[in-house]
Design a protein around this ligand. Structure first.
Ligand SMILES: NC(=O)c1ccc[n+]([C@@H]2O[C@H](COP(=O)([O-])OP(=O)(O)OC[C@H]3O[C@@H](n4cnc5c(N)ncnc54)[C@H](O)[C@@H]3O)[C@@H](O)[C@H]2O)c1
Length: 337
């Protein structure tokens, strides 16, 4: 029986990973300080109750690292100060706390030597110069190469994730540990915090049903690669033992969808076709952020939930009362296990 530590495991992505691990028979210790204004939810309020060998510690993971020196088979390091675009832009120094959280985790890992550390990086670590309106391309894992010149990532959040990956490289090369990193693109799901664009746009459009014109942030032409969170959890579990030591992997679909097109899909599912315009007084972030999927495909990883199904799930969930309503159906990563 394997034992895993999931830091930030009560957050949006972390709780889906906890449920996936439990469904695979892994014992899970979830450490989360339930930071306000993040995606944190106490396990009593998760969409699905964790069953099996699960323990929850309401604690800052840095305190946990200070007092707990036993070895885990896996450490999934999700703990981070993260949020929607407004938070990344207006609270950049608060978000920089991630540098301290990650440094503590790598120092602790060097002492306790887990079987494998899976570090949750981000697509925000990629150079912004490759994500512009004029010049952009799908982002492939080799575009971050510490032996070459590095591009500037997205704000303090991107710098923290880039630095976290560099610390992973040192951990692997100088301390002989095993670690891999994941770069999620725009993960979404039924129980995601409304600070994120996917559920926020769905909710806004539900409330605006019937209006002649509706709005999305920025120009509306900015593109994201939306991936359902259960696909992310599935990809992580299926690749964590197979990736080469020190490797990073995108968690992406390879499909770029503009905010205007996304809103169009949502409106069609709701049942009307308004004009959709941008709101240029609101931030839009990088113009084109989409993952190259070649490396994921080489590990046989392809998403089970497409955007239309994902939109339907989120709309269904919002219709029956947001976070307190369980997802209607279970498919994908942890269904029926
Ligand atoms: N969701 C995505 O699409 C996405 C995209 C890119 C990267 N990521 C990365 O995945 C990880 C999880 O993201 P998320 O979307 O679930 O965010 P989230 O805000 O829902 O979860 C983060 C969790 O970390 C916890 N936390 C923060 N500081 C802590 C500390 N010092 N000790 C213990 N717990 C702490 C928070 O309470 C929260 O529960 C983060 O590292 C994030 O950068 C997620």
């Amino acid at each position: 029986m394997s034992r895993a530590l999931v830091t930030g495991g009560a957050g949006f992505a972390g709780r889906h990973l906890c449920l996936k691990l439990l469904s695979e028979g892994v014992d899970v210790v979830c450490v989360d300080s339930l930071v306000a204004d993040t995606g944190a939810l106490h396990p009593d309020r998760w969409p699905i109750s964790p069953k099996g060998a699960f323990s929850f510690l309401h604690e800052d993971c840095r305190q946990f690292f200070n007092r707990f020196q036993a070895r885990f088979d896996y450490v999934f390091h999700f703990a981070a100060i993260v949020g929607g675009r407004i938070k990344l832009e207006t609270e950049a120094l608060y978000v920089a706390e991630d540098l301290a959280i990650d440094a503590a985790m790598w120092q602790w890992a060097a002492k306790t030597r887990p079987g494998c550390v899976a570090y949750l990086s981000s697509s925000a670590a990629y150079p912004l110069s490759l994500q512009q309106a004029e010049v952009h391309q799908k982002l492939s894992e080799d575009m971050i190469d510490f032996s070459k010149a590095l591009g500037v990532p997205d704000l303090s959040y991107g710098w923290a994730k880039l630095t976290g990956e560099y610390l992973m490289k040192l951990y692997v090369e100088r301390y002989g540990g095993r670690a891999v990193a994941y770069r999620p693109f725009s993960g979404y799901g039924e129980d995601q915090d409304l600070a994120y664009p996917f559920p926020a746009i769905c909710k806004r459009l539900m409330e605006a049903e019937g209006a002649e014109e509706v709005f999305v942030w920025g120009s509306g032409h900015q593109c994201r690669d939306f991936i359902h969170i259960s696909d992310c959890a599935d990809f992580i579990w299926r690749s964590v033992d197979r990736l080469p030591n020190g490797a990073s992997l995108n968690l992406s679909t390879g499909i770029a969808t503009s905010f205007i097109d996304f809103a169009g899909i949502v409106c069609r599912q709701i049942g009307w076709c308004p004009m959709i315009s941008g709101m240029t007084d609101k931030p839009e972030g990088a113009f084109f952020r989409c993952g190259d999927t070649a490396l994921q495909s080489s590990f046989g990883l392809s998403p089970a939930i497409d955007l239309t199904e994902g939109v339907n799930r989120v709309l269904d969930h919002l219709r029956c009362g947001e976070k307190d309503c369980p997802p209607r159906r279970l498919t994908g990563a942890w269904a029926g296990k």
